[in-house]
Each structure stands twice: as C-alpha cells, then as structure tokens.
Ligand binder design. Structure first.
Ligand code: ASP
Length: 452
C-alpha cells in the first residue's frame, strides 16, 4: 500500500486535478491520498492558504474579508466546474468557509488555524468527489474521525505519539481514502495546523502509521537536484539519497520536502519517493535508509543566507569551567535559538539565524556578554551564508576539506568558518552572503564537474 501526497501546485486547477486523478487510479496500491490546498496557477497567483490567511486577518483586524473569501470560493468553483462536479459542492464549501469566518476570534491563533485548515479540508472533499466521478471508490476522511491528534501549538502542531496507533486502521479502509494535509486535532478537539508546507508532515505520519511500502510525494519537479538550479543551472538530478543526507540538505535550502516530515518515515523505515505530477514517469528521487555510493561521494550542495555570528574571545577561556554554558544561557534567556558553536582555544563563535536577532536584541546580548562573562572582545558579524556539502560516503575519506578549500581559493571566496558535523555526513562553510553563489558554483565544479 502506498501513501501519495500531492502538493499545492499539483492541485492548482481542474487540469492539475485531472492529472492527479489519473495518477491515483493508474496504480491500485495508491489507496491513501493526502492533499494540500490549491497552490499557485502561475507565478503571480496567490495560494489558497494565503487567501485564507488574508480572510482571517481581515476579520481579526476589523476589515472586510469578503474579497479574499470570494477569491477562495472562485478557486474551488473553477476546479469543480472544470471537473463537472455537482454545483452544490461549491455551495457547501462556501457555507463551510462562512461558518469558519463567523467563529470566535478571542484566540487569534485558534481562529487563524481554523481558517487555514479550510484549504486542505475542502480540497480533500473536492478530490474525493472528483475521484468518485472518475469511477473510483473514493471517500474523504476527517483527521478528527481518523485519529490524527496533535499538540495545541497553533501554527506549529506536533503529532502526539498515540496518533500512530489510532491512524493504523486506515490500512484496512476500502478503496481510496482522501485525507486533508496540514492539520490535526488537539486532545481538546481544536483544529491545529502544522508549520507552513505541513501537508508533507501529514503524509509522513500516515505512511508511518499504516507502515506503507512507500510514501510518494508528488510535486512539480522531476527530481531533487544536487544544487539549487538558480545558482547552478546545469545542476544534476539526485536519484537517491539517505534520510540523513536529506535532513542535512533541507536544513539549509533544500525546500522540496518539509524537514519535519522526515522523522516519522525515518523511524518507521518507510522510503520516500519524490515524483512529478506533470511528468509521473520520470524516475524522481528516492529517500532511503541506506545506499551505495563510491567513497568520498558528495550527494549534494546546499546554501542559505540569513545567518550571523557572535564572536567572543577571552584569554584562557579553555580553562574556565562553565563558560560555554553561561554564554548559551544568555542566548536562552533572550529566547534565541543558536545553530552552531565553532570554537578555538580562547574564542568561540555562536551562529544564529539573523531574523530572530534584531538590533535591540544584539545590544542587550552584547552588553550582557561583556558584563557577565568579563570577555576581552565580543563582536557581531551579520550577512553570513552557510554553504554545505553533504554525503554519507564522505565519512573517513581523506582530502574532502582540502578539495573544498582549494575550490574556494581558486574562486576567490574567503571562508569565515568551517564546521564539520560530528557525524561527518556534512561539512559546513560560513562565507559572506554575497559570495555564497560563487562558493556553491566552486563546490559544484569541484565535486560534480571535474569527475564527469
Ligand atoms: N497549504 C499549506 C501551505 O501553503 C500546507 C501545504 O501546502 O503543505 O503552507
């Protein structure tokens, strides 16, 4: 049995719905289907989820929600019309949206989540009807009835462990079951959504719960590429990678598959197959437990800007017990999460995501470090990018760092920081953000072009 999840671009209009119906009905094993909300039809379009957020915010701020609400109804009407489905389906969707919009707004997060979840929920109902109209034995199931229980963190739900057992009955459901992605129910019965892009997470939870043979994740690219094609237009496809490689790559920059979606399938050992709705016969990319590759093989290159570094130095830091803990405690008490802490004998840098560290937070943190830790020097460097090479087979191979550094030197890229993860699955370089594209191209040239 396969779980197949379809992303927003696969459901953007009636033509896309038809392709999805065809994909589902062409394989009798595709029996548990997860859908996102309709996404963008073209570059200037707005996703249904964003329209729903606009509706909710208009109501919360006392403005008029009518225009975005009508835009959402129009999106469903266009799809239902294109599939020749009964007109009353669109009336039901419209009524559902109005009921949600008229609901209590005392808790902003709860209200927003109830509105956001409408995108997937109604899309799943539409898909079930579309499949039935195409002759399939298909039905919609509500995450509440099915047993998807999550924490009450609005917009940031986490699955509760009992869900897996509760959802396992879906393996026995007859025909095709269509399940809306992106949300579950709290133990108190409230709708709570996962982080944005969270339909991938729903699919992964279901695949783990029913111990699927494979979790197919249908999107709009033929396969994952070894590097961002905006930076390296000739980047090669990546036919296979391990969970750990995908985890490292999606940490900075690989957006094809939600990083939180890996955990359930990884624990259950269910392979993931990323495929293209617009070209379903393309081989796609498989995410597996283990794979064979030559020693030293680099699976992919990822990069992301938006990092900064707090550099702290103090003579004899290495002898001062508790220095690192006290430094990180200052960050913790400011509500800051850190990413890495490369260190020297008498110095340490803490790498953070810049978006959470505004000028006021910086001033407070720097002052506290000076006062409480009595340091020789503390400074903040902004505008950094992290560039990473990832590959399980890099482990125990001599010379990978030398090759990477040589490539940077030839491209004139200066390295601000090097960090090799303790698992040796990845090697990370901090560079100035405006040099990150050159850094990625240099690494691609070194590890993918020279060995062609
Ligand atoms: N529709 C939601 C979003 O746009 C969830 C998803 O598509 O996975 O974030």
């Amino acid at each position: 049995m396969k779980v197949a999840k379809f992303g927003g671009s696969s459901l953007a209009d009636a033509d896309q719905f038809r392709k999805v119906c065809q994909i589902i009905t062409s394989d009798a094993d595709r029996r548990l289907i997860v859908v996102s909300a309709p996404g963008r039809r073209h570059a200037d379009d707005t996703k249904v989820t964003d329209l729903l957020i606009a509706c909710a915010e208009a109501r919360l701020d006392g403005g008029a929600a009518e225009a975005p609400l009508q835009a959402v109804v129009a999106r469903y009407a266009e799809i239902a019309g294109g599939l020749n489905l009964a007109a009353d389906l669109v009336d039901r969707i419209s009524d559902d949206l109005k009921t949600r919009l008229a609901g209590p707004t005392d808790d902003r997060g709860r209200f927003l989540d109830t509105m956001k979840a409408a995108g997937e929920d109604n899309c799943a109902k539409l898909m079930a009807e579309g499949l039935a109209a195409a002759g399939a034995d298909a039905r919609y199931v509500s995450p509440r009835d099915a047993g998807l229980v999550v924490t009450s963190e609005f917009g940031n739900a986490r699955v509760l462990p009992e869900s897996y057992e509760r959802l396992s009955h879906l393996a026995e459901a007859p025909g095709v079951t269509v399940f809306p992605g992106f949300f579950g129910y709290s133990p108190g019965g409230e709708v709570v959504t996962f982080p944005r892009g969270g339909s991938d997470i729903t699919g992964a939870i279901l695949a783990a719960a029913i111990k699927a043979d494979v979790y197919e994740n249908f999107t709009d690219v033929d396969s994952v590429l070894v590097a961002n094609p905006d930076v390296v237009p000739s980047a090669r496809p990546l036919p296979e990678l391990t969970y750990r490689e995908m985890r490292e790559l999606s940490y900075i920059g690989f957006r094809v598959f939600h990083e939180e979606a890996l955990e359930p399938v990884f624990h259950a050992g269910v392979p993931v197959h990323i495929k293209n709705t617009n070209n379903p016969s393309a081989p796609g990319t498989r995410i597996v437990v283990d794979r064979r590759a030559p020693p030293g093989h680099v699976a992919g290159i990822a990069s992301d800007a938006g990092f900064c570094s707090i550099y702290v130095s103090k003579y004899l830091m290495n002898r001062e017990i508790g220095f690192g803990r006290r430094l990180l405690q200052i960050l913790e008490s400011e509500g800051l999460s850190y990413e890495h802490t490369p260190s020297g004998i008498d110095s340490i840098s803490v790498i953070l995501r810049e978006e959470q560290f505004d000028a006021a937070a910086e001033a407070r943190v720097v002052a506290r470090i000076r006062e409480q830790l009595d340091v020789d020097d503390v400074s903040v460097e902004r505008g950094l990018a992290l560039v990473m090479i990832v590959g399980e087979c890099m482990r125990h191979v001599v010379g990978i760092a030398a090759r990477a550094c040589g490539a940077f030197a030839r491209a004139g890229v200066s390295i601000e920081m090097i960090n090799q993860g303790s698992t040796e699955v990845s090697m990370m370089f901090g560079v100035k953000a405006d040099e990150s594209a050159a850094a990625v191209r240099a690494l691609y040239g070194e590890f993918f072009e020279d060995d062609d």
